[in-house]
Design a protein around this ligand. Structure first.
Ligand code: M6R
Length: 615
């Protein structure tokens, strides 16, 4: 949701903080702010409504000197987006500045207590209560910042990643995490970097420490990183090496990250399969399946928990596991699962799918599954994030950082990992024939090349896009493996162009949504040549008979559908189960070009955040 950056070292902090905010802007962008201890020892706090570029403009004539600072880009939860509610928040005396990502659930109780003791609040946020509480504890007990943070956090209920700057101790930043991500970078020149994820840190150092829940870190210039918990017990920081290139964090000549990420899917999927599918393309090796063979092979049932696009990937996973492994699968919205009273057996395998690895609902669903004794397996992209750390084992999708808020390459990466996993388990369970296994593994390795062909539809789609900008509603239809593709296509359009869209199983249309169809309603049908092809043709005719305007995704060589469709987009052929990897590409491109035609900010759609770390 919000993005946090911090720096303490010997360099000028401001440019590092601003660059860091720009890298994290995908997490939230309704307001931004920065606090620095200036060369003269003052604590300067600057905030602006809007994007990081607005903050930069605001700071142009200001004193931005100093080698220690914290900065924040906000996605509002409590209090409207304006400069008062923007972070950093400062304490009553102006001595402390604090940034926060998360939600403080008991902030009203804490605020009332502080107000009754004469403390005046400036903002409508839950976050301000933290900085006021810490200073109040410091003053009333005559203790230093670290101890006051420990006392304060004992009183706080909720999720937080925080960083605090103290005017009286300009050589130190104190930060803490509970259920919201926070990474400390260890610079070669004794500097410390701090961020919500490794992307703002990667260009300065490859050594990072992912803080754990309950950790409080002291970043003091010239000292080793100190990590303690709320009871002041020393924690041993686990230093990890990160492998993120600058190219992965930049647009590389594309106007938007989303377009770059759509186009990098073939190479991402090659990376995803590298080292897992052998050179002869006849065997998949996943270490998680080797290490936990018994658990996976003997699963009584698989429960997939995820949100948004990752949930759509889960729907494809269901079909793969059921058809190849003959294991029953249920696919759950993590946000619903966590608040139901679901039946979970100890011999269930729960697969949590998440690009960011930080989605609060998915983390809560994992917690529930663990408590019920299930074996929890993660499918994640962000290395070292909370979900891979809270699952027993799992498989990274390895598609590189995804910056565009609308998920694209993570979706195809997730489907690829689920395909490999299903094939591995099916092979171990002997629920597919050896020849079929080999044939499918081989076909999976052909997918990146077929995606390259699918990407050639870009120019055609760019030409078509203006036709659809007038639409108020769109329908996406698909069946079998292509039904989740329809859901995902509709989600992409909604997210970035703000056109209402619905994904539907094509045959279900006649049970209701068919009433919506008229000549104003664009209908996108995934009608590739698979086992339900003839049925989908009938569904297209039902749409046509009601004046609907059909754009169909068809398999190369198709001669039938052009008779009924207004537009056809031709795609390379593949096996039914891998069709989503190909068919999702033109739908991603379609959403992208429609949004661009409508003048929307594709990478920063309104109201959305890349990583939803609040429930
Ligand atoms: O990081 P996650 O995969 O857990 O995120 C889940 C959803 O928030 C995410 O897929 C969201 O729906 C995307 N904006 C879709 O494009």
């Amino acid at each position: 949701m919000c993005g946090i950056v911090g720096y303490i070292g010997t360099k000028h902090a401001y440019p590092i903080l601003i660059k860091g905010l720009e890298r994290l802007e995908y997490r939230g962008y309704d307001s931004a702010g920065v606090a620095m201890i200036s060369e003269s020892g003052g604590l300067n706090v600057y905030k602006a409504k809007g994007k990081v570029s607005d903050l930069k403009a605001f700071c142009e004539e200001k004193d931005t000197t100093g080698c220690a600072g914290i900065a924040h880009t906000r996605w509002a939860t409590h209090g409207e987006p304006n400069s008062t509610n923007a972070h950093p928040h400062f304490s009553a005396s102006g001595r402390l500045a604090l940034i926060h990502n998360g939600i403080i659930e008991n902030y009203i109780t804490l605020k009332e207590k502080l107000v009754s003791r004469g403390i005046q609040f400036r903002s409508a946020t839950d976050s301000e209560v933290l900085v006021q509480l810490v200073e109040y504890i410091m003053q009333s007990n005559g203790i230093e910042l670290l101890e006051a943070v420990q006392v304060a956090l004992h009183q706080v209920i909720g999720a937080y990643a925080i960083a605090i700057l103290d005017r009286e101790h300009p050589d130190t930043i104190i930060c803490a995490r509970q259920s919201s991500p926070l990474v400390v970078g260890l610079g070669n020149d004794e500097a410390f970097y701090l961020a919500s994820d490794a992307s703002p840190i990667a260009e300065y150092t490859d050594k990072v420490v992912y803080l754990n829940d309950g950790d409080i870190a002291v970043l003091q210039l010239g000292q080793e990183l100190k990590v303690v918990n709320m009871d002041n017990e020393t924690q041993t920081p686990n230093v990890k090496q990160i492998d993120v290139t600058l190219g992965q964090l930049e647009k590389g000549g594309y106007p938007y990250f989303m377009l770059k990420e759509i186009f990098e899917q073939p190479s991402c999927l090659r990376d995803c399969m590298r080292g897992r599918i052998n050179v002869d393309a006849d065997r998949i090796t996943l270490s998680a399946v080797i290490d936990y063979r018994e658990k996976l092979v003997n699963a009584r049932r698989i429960i997939i928990v995820a949100c948004g696009t990752s949930w759509h990937a889960g729907l494809i996973g269901k079909q793969l596991f059921e058809s190849l492994c003959r294991i029953p699968v249920s696919v759950e919205y993590a946000s619903e699962f966590r608040y139901r009273d679901p039946v979970i057996y100890p011999d269930d395998v729960v697969i949590a799918i998440s690009q960011s690895g930080e989605t609060a609902d998915t983390l809560a669903a994992i917690e529930l599954a663990r408590k019920a004794g299930a074996f929890v397996f993660g499918v994640c992209n962000a290395i070292g994030a909370s979900i891979p750390r809270q699952t027993t084992t799992g498989v990274y999708i390895h598609v590189g950082p995804e910056i565009g808020v609308a998920s694209t390459k993570a979706f195809t990466g997730q489907v690829t990992v689920l395909s490999m996993l299903a094939l591995c388990i099916a092979n171990e369970r002997r629920t597919i024939h050896g020849d079929q296994y080999k044939e499918m593994v081989k076909e999976l390795t052909q997918i990146p090349a077929k995606m390259e062909l699918a990407l050639k539809t870009n120019e055609q789609i760019e030409r078509l896009a203006p036709i659809f900008t007038y639409a108020k509603n769109c329908l996406y239809l698909g069946r079998g493996y292509n039904y989740p593709v329809a859901l995902e296509g509709a989600l992409k359009l909604k997210e970035i162009s703000y056109i209402h869209a619905e994904g539907y199983p094509a045959a279900e249309m006649k049970h209701g949504p068919i009433a919506l169809i008229d000549s104003e309603m664009p209908v996108f049908v995934i009608a590739t040549r698979d086992r339900l092809y003839e049925k989908v043709i009938s569904n297209i005719q039902e749409v046509r008979a009601r004046g609907g305007r059909v754009t169909a995704l068809v398999t190369e060589g198709d001669t039938q559908i052009q008779k009924f469709a207004d537009h056809i987009i031709t795609l390379p052929d593949t096996m039914d189960c891998f069709q989503p990897l190909i068919a999702s590409i033109p739908l991603q491109l379609l959403a992208y070009h429609i949004a661009v035609c409508k003048g929307k900010d594709v990478d920063r759609p309104r109201n959305l955040a890349k990583s939803v770390t609040v429930e």
